[in-house]
Design a protein around this ligand. Structure first.
Ligand code: ADP
Length: 309
């Protein structure tokens, strides 16, 4: 039964008798002279209140079930679509190589092999996203926090991103300039940087320009990832961090996704006791700013000394 059907059935099957019996109860209380009539009126009204309570609970449970079923169906469709895109490219390039059409064209042959490797990286990143979210949502992720400089980890994520976009026309600038110590989990930090970079790439059209800046500021280490993409309105700013949420697909262009990237980023930022904010303007681009608290210098030194010992 559809949700609307269930609501109509509840209204007809429960609300009408309840309204009638409540009216009878009120009339009995108002007109009844004896205590029997008062007792009867109170009983009828209590029964009606219990029935209304039950109907409300049933309606809430039904709509919740309906919402979860819809989310699951959307999720499966979105993930499948997201995985299919790189798979289609891999098959296309592999078939071209298999036919031997490029055997005499070493340049194009190499380009095809590179494209297959690139699409495989995307596939792996998409699968990582889903598995990371599964672990996070079931509290199964066990971060291995340690203090150190995050520059190397951020660079590793950037290198992976560069492998994902090689051969693509992107003006990518990266400025890593930090010496401060942060308490962080290697995989979690990698996932924050990669997810933000992947989004910057996905939601930017032609003439892609992406900038990553990592710097120390006021007892914090700041990570900024800025793009000149499609952006989004202010009303979306809070919602985009919700799991499975995607801005209207007409605005997001043809980019596929399951709505998990920013939910993972927010989860990881909270684990790192950091904060995240976004500035975005439709048609102009977006800038995600993540701040991590730097380990105070004296504490940082002793932790580094402990590590050396
Ligand atoms: P996904 O990209 O898989 O849809 P995310 O959780 O990473 O899921 O992002 C949620 C939504 O936020 C996206 O669907 C997109 O509409 C919007 N979004 C995220 N990053 C950007 C960005 N850099 N520019 C414009 N829109 C973005």
């Amino acid at each position: 039964m559809s949700l609307t059907g269930a609501i109509v059935a509840t209204a007809v099957g429960v609300l009408l008798p309840v309204i009638l019996s409540t009216s009878v109860g009120i009339v009995a209380l108002a007109l009844g002279k004896s205590s029997e009539w008062t007792l009867f009126g109170v009983l009828v009204i209590s029964f009606a209140a219990a029935a209304i309570g039950g109907a409300v609970v049933v309606t809430v449970l039904l709509s919740r079930k309906h919402r979860i079923a819809r989310l699951q169906a959307d999720f499966i469709a979105n993930v499948t679509h997201e995985l299919r895109t790189p798979l289609t490219s891999i098959r296309m390039y592999s078939q071209t190589l298999e036919m031997g059409a490029l055997n005499e064209e070493p340049e194009m042959f190499n380009n095809s092999v590179r494209a297959i490797l690139r699409e495989t990286e995307w596939l792996e990143a998409m699968i990582d996203r889903v598995l990371t979210w599964r672990a996070a949502s079931k509290d199964m992720d066990s971060p291995n926090m340690h203090s150190g400089c995050i520059a190397t980890t951020v660079q590793a994520a950037v290198d992976r991103f560069l492998r994902m976009i090689r051969g693509r026309d992107v003006d990518f600038q990266c400025k890593i300039d930090t010496e401060a110590m942060v308490t962080f989990d290697e995989q979690g930090m990698h996932s924050i940087v990669l997810n933000l970079l992947v989004n910057a790439f996905k939601y930017t059209g032609k003439n892609k320009k992406i900038e990553l800046r990592l710097f120390d500021f006021d007892e914090h280490v700041v990570l900024e990832i800025e793009d000149n993409g499609i952006g989004f309105s202010q009303s979306e700013e809070k919602k985009i961090f919700d799991p499975f949420y995607r801005v209207d697909s007409r605005l997001s262009g043809k980019s596929s996704g399951a709505g998990l990237g920013l939910a993972i980023v927010r989860h990881q930022v909270i684990l790192h006791k950091g904060s995240i904010l976004v500035r975005s303007e439709p048609g102009k681009g977006s800038k995600f700013i993540v701040q991590f608290p730097a380990v105070p210098v004296s504490k940082g030194k002793s932790s580094a000394q402990n590590n050396e010992e």
